[in-house]
Design a binder for this molecule. Structure first.
Ligand code: E4P
Length: 219
Protein backbone atom coordinates (compact mmCIF):
# COMPACT_ATOMS: atom_id res chain seq x y z
CA UNK A 1 0.00 0.00 0.00
CA UNK A 2 1.41 3.37 -1.04
CA UNK A 3 1.19 6.40 1.24
CA UNK A 4 0.07 9.85 0.17
CA UNK A 5 0.03 12.95 2.37
CA UNK A 6 -3.40 14.50 2.87
CA UNK A 7 -2.58 18.19 3.29
CA UNK A 8 -1.94 21.46 1.49
CA UNK A 9 0.66 22.55 4.05
CA UNK A 10 3.93 23.09 2.17
CA UNK A 11 6.13 22.73 5.26
CA UNK A 12 4.49 19.45 6.31
CA UNK A 13 4.83 18.09 2.77
CA UNK A 14 8.51 19.07 2.65
CA UNK A 15 9.15 17.34 5.99
CA UNK A 16 7.10 14.26 5.10
CA UNK A 17 8.73 13.82 1.70
CA UNK A 18 12.16 13.85 3.35
CA UNK A 19 11.35 10.47 4.97
CA UNK A 20 11.26 8.88 1.52
CA UNK A 21 7.92 7.15 2.13
CA UNK A 22 5.48 9.48 0.35
CA UNK A 23 4.26 8.69 -3.17
CA UNK A 24 1.72 11.47 -3.70
CA UNK A 25 -0.39 14.22 -2.13
CA UNK A 26 -4.13 14.80 -1.85
CA UNK A 27 -5.65 18.21 -1.27
CA UNK A 28 -9.22 19.46 -1.08
CA UNK A 29 -10.88 22.88 -0.75
CA UNK A 30 -11.08 22.56 3.07
CA UNK A 31 -7.38 21.72 3.34
CA UNK A 32 -6.50 24.57 0.97
CA UNK A 33 -8.66 27.03 2.94
CA UNK A 34 -6.96 25.90 6.17
CA UNK A 35 -3.66 27.12 4.64
CA UNK A 36 -5.11 30.50 3.73
CA UNK A 37 -5.45 29.59 0.04
CA UNK A 38 -8.49 31.55 -1.10
CA UNK A 39 -8.41 31.73 -4.89
CA UNK A 40 -7.85 29.49 -7.90
CA UNK A 41 -4.58 31.34 -8.57
CA UNK A 42 -3.19 30.76 -5.08
CA UNK A 43 -4.38 27.10 -5.17
CA UNK A 44 -2.56 26.73 -8.49
CA UNK A 45 0.66 28.20 -7.18
CA UNK A 46 0.56 26.02 -4.02
CA UNK A 47 -0.10 22.93 -6.15
CA UNK A 48 2.85 23.80 -8.40
CA UNK A 49 5.10 24.13 -5.35
CA UNK A 50 3.85 20.75 -4.04
CA UNK A 51 4.41 19.14 -7.44
CA UNK A 52 8.04 20.26 -7.45
CA UNK A 53 8.59 18.51 -4.10
CA UNK A 54 6.68 15.27 -4.69
CA UNK A 55 7.46 12.61 -7.25
CA UNK A 56 3.91 11.28 -7.68
CA UNK A 57 0.30 12.26 -8.32
CA UNK A 58 -1.10 15.42 -6.74
CA UNK A 59 -4.89 15.43 -6.28
CA UNK A 60 -6.56 18.78 -6.85
CA UNK A 61 -10.31 19.08 -6.29
CA UNK A 62 -12.85 20.91 -8.43
CA UNK A 63 -15.38 23.18 -6.71
CA UNK A 64 -18.07 23.34 -9.40
CA UNK A 65 -21.24 21.40 -8.73
CA UNK A 66 -22.32 20.90 -12.35
CA UNK A 67 -20.69 18.62 -14.91
CA UNK A 68 -19.88 21.45 -17.32
CA UNK A 69 -18.06 23.42 -14.63
CA UNK A 70 -16.24 20.34 -13.32
CA UNK A 71 -15.07 19.45 -16.84
CA UNK A 72 -13.79 22.98 -17.46
CA UNK A 73 -12.00 23.05 -14.10
CA UNK A 74 -10.59 19.55 -14.65
CA UNK A 75 -9.15 20.49 -18.04
CA UNK A 76 -7.60 23.58 -16.49
CA UNK A 77 -6.11 21.68 -13.51
CA UNK A 78 -4.70 19.08 -15.92
CA UNK A 79 -2.44 21.79 -17.33
CA UNK A 80 -1.11 23.03 -13.98
CA UNK A 81 1.41 20.28 -13.22
CA UNK A 82 2.89 17.15 -14.83
CA UNK A 83 1.00 14.58 -12.71
CA UNK A 84 -2.42 15.86 -11.59
CA UNK A 85 -5.26 13.68 -10.40
CA UNK A 86 -8.42 15.78 -10.71
CA UNK A 87 -10.68 15.15 -7.72
CA UNK A 88 -14.32 14.84 -8.70
CA UNK A 89 -17.15 14.06 -6.25
CA UNK A 90 -19.29 10.92 -6.50
CA UNK A 91 -22.41 12.68 -7.80
CA UNK A 92 -24.38 12.29 -11.05
CA UNK A 93 -22.67 15.41 -12.46
CA UNK A 94 -19.41 14.04 -11.11
CA UNK A 95 -19.73 10.73 -12.99
CA UNK A 96 -20.51 12.64 -16.19
CA UNK A 97 -17.41 14.78 -15.67
CA UNK A 98 -15.27 11.73 -14.82
CA UNK A 99 -16.26 9.97 -18.03
CA UNK A 100 -15.48 13.02 -20.17
CA UNK A 101 -12.18 13.86 -18.46
CA UNK A 102 -10.87 10.29 -18.41
CA UNK A 103 -11.79 9.85 -22.10
CA UNK A 104 -9.41 12.75 -22.71
CA UNK A 105 -6.64 10.96 -20.82
CA UNK A 106 -6.95 13.04 -17.63
CA UNK A 107 -6.47 11.08 -14.40
CA UNK A 108 -9.34 11.34 -11.92
CA UNK A 109 -9.50 10.68 -8.19
CA UNK A 110 -13.18 10.04 -7.51
CA UNK A 111 -13.75 11.58 -4.10
CA UNK A 112 -16.44 11.49 -1.40
CA UNK A 113 -17.19 7.81 -2.06
CA UNK A 114 -19.42 6.22 0.57
CA UNK A 115 -20.73 3.05 -1.10
CA UNK A 116 -19.69 0.10 -3.25
CA UNK A 117 -22.20 1.22 -5.87
CA UNK A 118 -20.57 4.66 -6.14
CA UNK A 119 -17.22 2.89 -6.53
CA UNK A 120 -18.68 0.68 -9.29
CA UNK A 121 -20.10 3.70 -11.12
CA UNK A 122 -16.79 5.53 -10.89
CA UNK A 123 -14.91 2.55 -12.25
CA UNK A 124 -17.27 2.37 -15.23
CA UNK A 125 -16.77 6.10 -15.82
CA UNK A 126 -13.00 5.52 -15.85
CA UNK A 127 -11.81 6.76 -12.43
CA UNK A 128 -8.09 6.30 -11.94
CA UNK A 129 -8.64 6.00 -8.19
CA UNK A 130 -11.65 5.99 -5.89
CA UNK A 131 -11.50 7.57 -2.43
CA UNK A 132 -13.75 5.96 0.20
CA UNK A 133 -13.83 8.22 3.28
CA UNK A 134 -13.26 5.95 6.29
CA UNK A 135 -13.33 8.55 9.08
CA UNK A 136 -16.56 10.20 7.94
CA UNK A 137 -18.30 6.79 7.91
CA UNK A 138 -17.01 6.12 11.44
CA UNK A 139 -18.41 9.54 12.41
CA UNK A 140 -21.93 8.35 11.60
CA UNK A 141 -21.55 5.11 13.53
CA UNK A 142 -20.44 2.80 10.71
CA UNK A 143 -17.24 0.80 10.31
CA UNK A 144 -15.53 2.81 7.56
CA UNK A 145 -12.86 0.24 6.83
CA UNK A 146 -15.52 -2.31 5.83
CA UNK A 147 -16.17 -0.20 2.74
CA UNK A 148 -12.51 -0.45 1.74
CA UNK A 149 -12.62 -4.24 2.08
CA UNK A 150 -15.89 -4.47 0.11
CA UNK A 151 -14.70 -2.27 -2.77
CA UNK A 152 -11.35 -4.09 -2.99
CA UNK A 153 -13.12 -7.43 -3.11
CA UNK A 154 -15.63 -6.38 -5.80
CA UNK A 155 -12.90 -4.74 -7.89
CA UNK A 156 -10.79 -7.91 -7.64
CA UNK A 157 -13.73 -10.13 -8.55
CA UNK A 158 -14.43 -8.08 -11.69
CA UNK A 159 -10.80 -7.33 -12.55
CA UNK A 160 -11.37 -3.57 -12.25
CA UNK A 161 -8.15 -1.59 -12.37
CA UNK A 162 -9.30 1.55 -10.52
CA UNK A 163 -7.11 2.01 -7.41
CA UNK A 164 -8.72 2.07 -3.97
CA UNK A 165 -7.41 5.11 -2.10
CA UNK A 166 -8.34 5.04 1.59
CA UNK A 167 -9.16 8.63 2.63
CA UNK A 168 -10.44 10.48 5.69
CA UNK A 169 -7.87 8.67 7.79
CA UNK A 170 -7.88 10.02 11.32
CA UNK A 171 -5.43 7.80 13.21
CA UNK A 172 -2.81 5.10 12.81
CA UNK A 173 -5.23 2.19 13.29
CA UNK A 174 -7.16 3.42 10.23
CA UNK A 175 -3.94 3.12 8.25
CA UNK A 176 -3.18 -0.41 9.44
CA UNK A 177 -6.77 -1.53 8.83
CA UNK A 178 -6.82 0.04 5.35
CA UNK A 179 -3.66 -1.90 4.45
CA UNK A 180 -5.14 -5.14 5.82
CA UNK A 181 -8.33 -4.50 3.83
CA UNK A 182 -6.30 -4.30 0.63
CA UNK A 183 -6.29 -0.55 -0.13
CA UNK A 184 -3.75 0.29 -2.83
CA UNK A 185 -3.09 3.74 -1.36
CA UNK A 186 -3.83 5.49 1.94
CA UNK A 187 -3.72 9.26 2.19
CA UNK A 188 -2.74 10.34 5.68
CA UNK A 189 -2.58 13.69 7.48
CA UNK A 190 0.98 14.69 8.45
CA UNK A 191 0.12 14.19 12.13
CA UNK A 192 -0.81 10.55 11.43
CA UNK A 193 2.40 10.01 9.44
CA UNK A 194 4.40 11.11 12.49
CA UNK A 195 2.30 8.86 14.75
CA UNK A 196 3.07 5.94 12.41
CA UNK A 197 6.79 6.55 12.93
CA UNK A 198 6.73 6.75 16.69
CA UNK A 199 6.85 3.90 19.17
CA UNK A 200 7.98 4.31 22.80
CA UNK A 201 9.91 1.01 22.71
CA UNK A 202 11.89 2.26 19.71
CA UNK A 203 12.73 5.48 21.58
CA UNK A 204 13.74 3.68 24.80
CA UNK A 205 15.63 1.04 22.80
CA UNK A 206 17.64 3.67 20.93
CA UNK A 207 18.42 5.47 24.20
CA UNK A 208 19.53 2.23 25.88
CA UNK A 209 21.77 1.17 22.98
CA UNK A 210 23.43 4.58 23.02
CA UNK A 211 23.85 4.60 26.83
CA UNK A 212 25.36 1.07 26.85
CA UNK A 213 27.76 1.97 24.06
CA UNK A 214 28.80 5.17 25.84
CA UNK A 215 29.51 3.20 29.03
CA UNK A 216 32.28 1.32 27.22
CA UNK A 217 34.11 4.62 26.80
CA UNK A 218 33.40 4.72 23.06
CA UNK A 219 31.70 7.76 21.58
C1 E4P B 1 -8.94 12.88 0.85
O1 E4P B 1 -8.73 12.95 -0.33
C2 E4P B 1 -9.74 13.85 1.61
O2 E4P B 1 -9.30 15.09 1.23
C3 E4P B 1 -9.58 13.72 3.10
O3 E4P B 1 -9.01 12.47 3.42
C4 E4P B 1 -10.80 14.04 3.89
O4 E4P B 1 -10.55 13.79 5.27
P1 E4P B 1 -11.55 14.31 6.41
O5 E4P B 1 -12.78 13.48 6.40
O6 E4P B 1 -10.75 14.10 7.68
O7 E4P B 1 -11.84 15.75 6.12
Amino acid sequence: MKLFLDTANIGDIRNGVRLGVISGVTTNPSLAAAEGIGSAESYKSAVREISEMVDGPISVEVVSLDAKGMIAEGRDIAGWIPNPWVKIPSTADGFEAISVLTSEGINVNQTLCFSVNQALLGAQAGSTAVSPFIGRLDDIGLQGVDLIRDIVSVYEKHKIETKVLAASIRHTLHCTLAAQAGAHIATVPYKVLLQMVNHPLTDSGVARFKADWDKTGNS
